[in-house]
Design a protein around this ligand. Structure first.
Ligand SMILES: Cc1ncc(C[n+]2csc(CCOP(=O)(O)OP(=O)(O)O)c2C)c(N)n1
Ligand SMILES: [Mg+2]
Length: 671
């Protein structure tokens, strides 16, 4: 029986995927070959986008979770005209756009970077939330019509984050989300049954999803399932497709190479490769080809898409005409430019905790930035994102008129949802929890940094001064960890993350200002639980934008420079009084961000921290936080070198040496 165009196209994807891996001598052919039928039906019949305008705001979006299936995506996008066959033949090579795992590039049709299994499909959950939010907040009918597709594999289902993503998607009734589970019973080192005996369909049903089970290599079943999934109301839809790993693959002796772990992550190799390509109707000597019937299929789809997009644009234009203000706001939101904010409306209380000062900023943002979404992992009254919540209300299924996302106790899920919102575009996401639980979010922060997404991470309870909660809740090494992301550059040469730990309430306003102005990297904001005495009168807070600056009241030509970030700056101010009594001149430097400081001119850096002047650093984290600013040859750093302890924080300050008296004693040792 001759193959129809759909079957030919799926085989074409299999041929291209296997050939890319073969040529690169590295990569993952098996999964890609199994998933080809689904992705081909999706792209040739369902996914709605504008071939002329890849960043059209109302497009459907496809989020790939298993980034190792990159060859499937590149092959698919080659059929859709987004990659050339030459580019496909350069898989995994230096400078090639066909990178080892897909990297976010809207112009090429790649909606997200993926590779760390699990995160990719939760980005889709976040994007689906963003689409619901935009539908509710703009009234633009285009956002109601968007469908967010996610593609997940066994690894993604096994990753714990899938529980969080599935819970949120169901609880919020995300019926604009359709997830395809490529269930091929095979993973990297074993068959899935060795590690997974759950009934995944029953699990997702129990979580509140609509679930269908189909043969994932049968185009008709895929179509029916997609039609039904699109019609589901009030729930996200899961299509579990039983797929054949390495579909169509043959071994060197011509026997079947299907359902074999070995095809997961290695080229088919030699005669197995040749037999496979022939079996799929390709030419092993000239495999980088798109069959003419397949070209026709995709040319026809391009025509349909042009009509679909034109009709949708007409609807959007009619809406924009009737709602010019909203249309202009929407254009601003999607421009990625920093919103205009009147910070004079942000009134700070004296001697406040910086988490409360952050709440004051968030209140202003809730009022002035209508496309901002704030989230908390069940800590809004502690992490003080309630400053935002008090001015709005939380999302519920069917009601996205608010702007607060209650994520539940799921920090990684929350972070990935916020990343997905940023990937969707049109919204500015922020999320809060305790700093110590940034450990649960680090993999997502890294992805946000790699994708250059301006997600705001709000981390409160920044030090051992959490006190009575004890060492489980007291961050020590977390600041050092996150500050490594300031040292790591992104592919545009910029610090991959901006990390700010402000010294008092007013510096907190500056930190939030910098966070909102930072439109091309994530920002981490680290805030205190406890109250902090204001920095001295006359402090020039605008200087915080330079990452480090001289605090008001410092002496000219200092004998010693005291350096800190966050609440330790006020301890230095108190310590300086004692040091001055010995007739020494003291400068105090607040360093909310070493990364930002290192981005200033050398002259500026030298003017703040001149070489040859004695220095002392105080940090509630590991001493390494300040050792780059306080060389051993010029002074010392007092930090915390062990886990914290359970006690009221003032007792801990005394016991651990975070007092004016200890600052005085340590500085004395330098002379
Ligand atoms: C978080 C994370 N852990 C481990 C890996 C390494 N890894 C890549 S693919 C894979 C197996 C995935 O199996 P499955 O999702 O079933 O893909 P298939 O073998 O079917 O292609 C593993 C362990 C990863 N990419 N991400
Ligand atoms: Mg698998």
């Amino acid at each position: 029986m001759s193959k129809n165009a759909t079957q030919l196209a799926a085989d074409n994807i299999r041929i291209l995927a296997a050939s890319m891996v073969e040529k690169a001598k590295s990569g993952h052919p098996g999964g890609a070959m199994g998933g080809a039928d689904f992705i081909n039906v999706l792209y040739s019949e369902y996914l709605q986008y504008d071939p002329k305008n890849p960043s059209w705001v109302g497009r459907d979006r496809f989020f790939l979770d298993p980034g190792h299936m990159a060859p499937m995506l590149y092959a698919q996008l080659a059929l859709a005209g987004k990659f050339t066959l030459e580019e496909c033949a350069q898989l995994r090579q230096w400078g090639s756009p066909t990178t080892g795992h897909p990297e976010f590039e809207i112009a090429r049709g790649i909606e997200n970077t993926s590779g760390p299994l699990g995160q990719g499909h939760v980005f889709a959950v976040g994007a689906a939330i963003a689409a619901k939010f935009l539908a509710a907040h703009t009234g633009n009918p285009t956002f109601e019509k968007e469908t967010i597709y996610a593609y997940i594999s066994d690894g993604g289902v096994q990753e714990e984050i899938s529980q969080g993503g599935a819970r949120i998607a169901a609880t919020l009734g995300l019926d604009n989300l359709i997830m395809f589970y490529d269930s091929n019973d095979i993973q990297l080192s074993t068959e899935t049954k060795v590690v997974m005996t759950e009934d995944t369909a029953a699990k997702y049903r129990a979580l509140g999803w609509d679930v269908q089970e189909i043969n994932g290599n049968d185009a008709d079943q895929i179509r029916k399932a997609l039609d039904k999934a699109k019609a589901v109301k009030g729930k996200p839809a899961l299509i579990i497709g039983k797929c054949i790993m390495g579909k169509g693959a043959l071994k060197e002796d011509g026997s079947s190479y299907e359902r074999n772990c070995k095809t997961h992550g290695a080229p088919l190799g030699g005669d197995a490769y040749k037999n496979t390509i022939k079996n799929l109707g390709g030419d092993p000597e000239n495999p980088f080809v798109i069959f003419s019937e397949v070209k026709e299929l995709y040319a026809k789809r391009a025509e349909e898409l042009a009509k679909i997009a034109a009709a949708r644009h007409a609807e959007e234009d009619a809406w924009a005409k009737a709602n010019p203000e909203k249309a202009s706001a929407q254009a601003d939101w999607f421009s990625g430019k920093a919103p205009k904010i009147d910070w004079s409306k942000c009134v700070q209380k004296d001697n406040d905790a910086t988490r409360s000062a952050s709440a004051a900023c968030l209140g202003v943002l809730a009022e002035q930035v209508p496309n901002m979404i704030c989230a908390s992992a069940d800590l809004s009254n502690s992490d003080k994102t309630d400053g935002f919540l008090k001015k709005t209300h939380a999302f519920t299924a069917g009601d996205f008129s608010g702007a607060f996302f209650q994520a539940g106790v799921a920090e990684l899920t929350m972070a990935c949802c916020c990343i997905g919102m940023a990937l969707h575009g049109g919204v500015i996401p922020a999320c809060g929890t305790f700093f110590v639980f940034s450990d649960y979010m680090k993999p997502a922060v890294r992805m946000a940094a790699l994708m250059e997404l301006p997600v705001k991470f709000i981390w409160t309870h920044d030090a051992f001064r959490v006190g009575e909660d004890g060492p489980t809740h007291e961050p020590v090494e977390q600041e050092a960890q996150i500050r490594l992301m300031e040292k790591l550059k992104n592919h545009h040469g910029k610090n991959s993350t901006l990390v700010l730990r402000p010294a008092d309430a007013k510096e907190t306003t500056e930190a939030w200002k910098l966070a909102m102005e930072n439109t091309d990297t994530p920002t981490a904001l680290i805030f205190s639980r406890q109250n902090i005495t204001n920095l001295p009168e006359g402090n020039n807070y605008a200087e915080a934008a330079k990452g480090a600056y001289i605090v008001a009241g410092s002496d000219e030509n200092p004998d010693v420079i005291l350096v800190a970030s966050g609440s330790e700056v006020s301890t230095l101010v108190a310590g300086a009084e004692l040091i001055r009594k010995d007739g020494k001149k003291v400068r105090i430097v607040s360093v909310p961000s070493e990364g930002l400081f290192r981005s200033q001119s050398k002259e500026y850096q030298k003017s703040i921290l001149p070489a040859g002047v004695k220095k002392f650093g105080l940090t509630a984290g590991l001493p390494v936080n300040l050792q780059g600013l306080v060389p051993e040859s010029e002074g010392s750093v007092w930090g915390l070198e062990s886990f914290g302890f359970s006690a009221p924080y003032k007792v801990l300050d005394e016991k651990l040496g975070f007092t004016a008296q200890n600052v005085y004693e340590q500085v004395k040792k330098l002379f």
